[in-house]
Design a protein around this ligand. Structure first.
Ligand SMILES: *Cc1c(COP(=O)(O)O)cnc(C)c1O
Length: 395
């Protein structure tokens, strides 16, 4: 069966919730993907910041195959070695104290919200606590995660939301200050906003929020689902700012393709929030998912992933800045490390479709921004190849 026939079948069977590109992908190798007709694509999406190590990484595949032959799943009512190993390693690279594994990013956000509410509940016994989130944020599609997502378009049809959520403006501290009151239990933001348009938090903004949180015993919750796992050149983006959150979320590249996420917290929060019976999941941190996390974290070190990001990202920035200078329709570049956005004066869908035709995968962030999320093993040569194709599409 060829592409068109598959797409027709897909449209008959799958719920129409995605505007999919007209391609059926079959296999991957490094930073390249192949469709069912054998056409090759340079991939600057990596499954939306998931496949950090590149496709078909033999060490990663081998570790998963070994685990499949041993044990794929047991209940969280029993211990398993991969989850213990994965949690230890995740603690080490994050500098956080306690880990709860989930199956997705949205679930990690759900857990973070519950932990913040429980923390406040244990302090004053009240059930009217508020969370401050940011406009233009994205935290996922489940009801809790949607409730803190600062894009009314995503929320409207599904109202009512979980309630007691306020929205401030990213990088505008006074807008946060204006909302804080005695009910505020958490301030939640992406360290670098992804879907909402690639807006990194400023140093000043994060510092002021951290100070405010300490002063009023409010929990700082950083969503590192997209910008974490090495993408900014730091294992977690907040490490660059020197500001440790009380709770953080991680997912996407955490399992490099095996569905897994986590929320982590400090010991202080762990001691005063979720406890026995408060939270759970059937799959979260099962042996297969945990083996993936464990191997991914090993390979980040062995393959010097952060070093590669810090080598290639400045080059990507330079090459993107050249495009901004050269093409009037490009207004600016924003980003940190290997999460970058080119802001255009018009919708970018046509450019992205042209790129697809020419064998380059790109994705948007909002209608006017081309987003770049390559595998973290990308090379400068591949950056050059990407720029050459993109230029053809911009002409
Ligand atoms: C993708 C994303 C999520 C949601 O993760 P899912 O695994 O799709 O549920 C949450 N927050 C941020 C910042 C994300 O980029």
């Amino acid at each position: 069966m060829m592409t068109k026939a598959y797409i027709e079948e897909a449209e008959k069977a799958l719920l129409h919730t995605y505007n999919r590109y007209q391609v059926v992908l079959e296999r991957g190798e490094g930073t390249w993907l192949y469709d069912i007709e054998g056409k090759k694509y340079l991939d600057f999406v990596s499954g939306i910041a998931v496949f950090a190590l590149g496709y078909n990484n033999k060490d990663y595949n081998h570790a998963l195959k070994e685990q499949i032959d041993k044990l794929i799943h047991t209940s969280n009512y029993y211990y398993n070695v991969p989850a213990i190993e994965a949690a230890k390693k995740l603690k080490r690279v994050s500098g956080m104290d306690r880990v709860f594994f989930t199956n997705s990013g949205a679930e990690a956000v759900e857990g973070a919200i519950k932990a913040a509410r429980k923390y406040a509940f244990l302090k004053d016994g009240k059930t009217d606590h508020e969370i401050i989130a940011m406009n233009h944020s994205f935290h996922g599609r489940t009801m809790g995660a949607l409730s803190v997502t600062g894009n009314p378009k995503y929320r409207e049809a599904f109202e009512p939301m979980i309630g007691n959520i306020q929205f401030a403006e990213m990088n505008d501290f006074s807008s946060v200050e204006a909302l804080v009151n005695d009910k505020t239990c958490g301030i939640l933001l992406e360290t670098v906003q992804g879907e909402g348009g690639i807006y990194p938090a400023t140093q000043e903004f994060l510092e002021k929020i951290k100070a405010l949180c300490e002063e009023r015993d409010i929990l700082l919750i950083l969503d590192e689902i997209q910008c974490g796992m090495g993408r900014t050149g730091y294992m977690y983006a907040w490490q660059k700012y020197g500001i440790r959150p009380d709770i953080m979320t991680t997912a996407k590249a955490l399992g490099c393709g095996v569905p897994v996420g986590a929320f982590l917290m400090t010991e202080e929060v762990a001691k005063r929030s979720l406890t026995s019976g408060d939270h759970g999941t059937t799959y979260g941190g099962n042996p297969l998912a945990a083996a993936a996390v464990s191997k991914v974290l090993d390979l980040f070190e062995e393959n010097q992933i952060l070093e590669n990001v810090n080598r290639v990202a400045p080059y990507l920035e330079t090459r993107l800045d050249e495009l901004v200078k050269k093409y009037d329709l490009l207004l600016t570049r924003r980003g940190a490390g290997l999460i970058q956005g080119l802001v255009a004066d018009r919708p970018v869908a046509d450019i992205i479709n042209k790129a697809l035709e020419k064998g380059l995968l790109l994705i948007n962030a909002g209608t006017h921004i081309i987003r770049f999320l390559p595998a973290l093993v990308i090379t400068k040569e591949e950056v050059d190849q990407m720029i050459a194709i993109l230029e053809e599409c911009l002409e």
